[in-house]
Design a protein. Structure first.
Length: 386
């Protein structure tokens, strides 16, 4: 049996929830073994495509209090009980754990029981600078060190994380590997832009720059708003919701962009491709203080829309295949210049950019490929297919 362990709510539609759900779904699709998932009780109904691929869910208490230390402690003990219970009745071929600030038991349990274990670190374990600087920070760092050192294999989403964790592996172990984010190639497919614009009610003839996400500070949307104010005939389609939405709506009004920005609010994940189809360009940059590998950029490209993103090892291909613009620095000036560059291209040129990006992503960055890499690592360890 293959076991996946996570404290992510797999019914969520933000980046962490989407990435983890897609990895689980693809693992179930590509493995020949039964798949059990240990995770929190969902706050919403699971998507059918997830439920169909999982043979058994072992639920923890709802993650509604996931910011509380007590919840994390209870969740870890429950995880251990579920893992031991599965191990008593099943032969565990591989355990895959998504790292969180409190991940404690799966890794040492597998190490002690000699069960192959893969650790996934998809982002910074904490983005909260206050937490990192408190007494909790060193504790989390020791957990990261322990999990990294005791796991059979370690995969991270981007190079900055690899550099951070690499010293925790010994010379006798396999090194930390970068396995970037990806896209669901069945869901994110190209759509007709004009039809999408009519249905969403955005201008048919303007240059539309889109964003999908949670409106956090790290998404640099205030920079995008200020930059768009300097570029004529540009409309922003901001898809999603989050803690800074009201602040961004106020800024848009102050910049005189009321009629040039559409805030859609939260939409179902399955509807996102339709909204991306209304874009001319997708915006997905990275905050310099917290490097990341935005899933949204792979989704834009799978829908054949060029991207405006940040320079990083994972996105070197954007310039290499001419699928958009990657910025060394994200400022109002650099974003405005990039928007002008992309707007001044003909629609046919942007379509060709999107198609090149789509071809590259479908070849190299699908969730099924991510799942296959994880299973191959177990096969190399045990000599048996998972």
């Amino acid at each position: 049996m293959l076991v996946f362990v996570t404290l992510e709510d797999l019914s969520r539609t933000d980046g962490g929830g989407v990435a983890t759900r897609e990895i689980v779904t693809s693992l179930g699709r590509v493995t020949e073994e039964p798949l059990a998932v240990i995770c929190p009780e969902p706050t919403e109904t699971y998507a059918d495509r997830l439920s169909e691929q999982v043979d058994e869910f072992r639920h923890l208490q709802s993650a509604g209090g996931s910011g509380q230390l007590q919840w994390h402690a209870r969740a870890e003990w429950s995880t251990l009980r579920h893992l031991r219970s599965l191990h008593r009745t099943e032969q565990l071929s591989l355990v895959v754990t998504r790292m969180t600030p409190s991940t404690l038991f799966p890794t040492p349990y597998c190490w002690f029981k000699e069960v192959p274990h893969v650790l996934l670190v998809r982002g910074w374990v904490t983005r909260d600078r206050e937490t990192a600087d408190s007494w909790v920070g060193p504790v989390i760092e020791q957990l990261v060190r322990m999990n990294t050192r005791l796991s059979t294999e370690v995969y991270v989403a981007f190079e900055a994380l690899r550099e951070r964790l690499a010293p925790y592996r010994s010379s006798r172990q396999t090194p930390v590997s970068v396995l970037p984010n990806a896209v669901d190639a069945d869901l994110f497919t190209p759509g007709d832009g004009q039809t999408a614009r009519e249905e969403i009610d955005v201008p048919r003839d303007e240059f539309v720059v889109g964003f999908v996400g949670t409106f956090s500070e790290r998404h640099r949307l205030s920079t995008l708003l200020r930059a768009s104010a300097e570029v004529d005939n540009t409309h922003l389609l901001l898809v999603g919701d989050g803690p800074r939405r009201r602040e961004l709506e106020t800024l848009a009004a102050e910049l005189g962009l009321d009629s040039d920005v559409t805030f859609t609010g939260r939409i179902p994940h399955e509807s996102v491709p339709e909204y991306i189809s209304a874009f001319d360009v997708g915006f997905g940059v990275v905050h310099p203080g917290f490097p990341s590998n935005p899933i949204k950029c792979y989704e834009y490209l799978a829908c054949e829309r060029p991207v405006l993103t940040s320079t990083s090892p994972e996105f070197e291909f954007v310039a290499a295949v001419d699928a958009g613009v990657a910025l060394d620095r994200v400022t109002t000036v650099t974003v405005a210049d990039a928007l002008r560059t992309l707007r001044e291209k003909s629609n046919e040129e942007r379509v060709r950019m999107g198609k090149r990006g789509c071809e590259y992503v479908l070849k190299n960055h699908t969730w099924d490929r991510v799942a296959s890499v994880l299973l191959e690592s177990a096969t190399q360890t045990t000599g048996e297919e998972v």
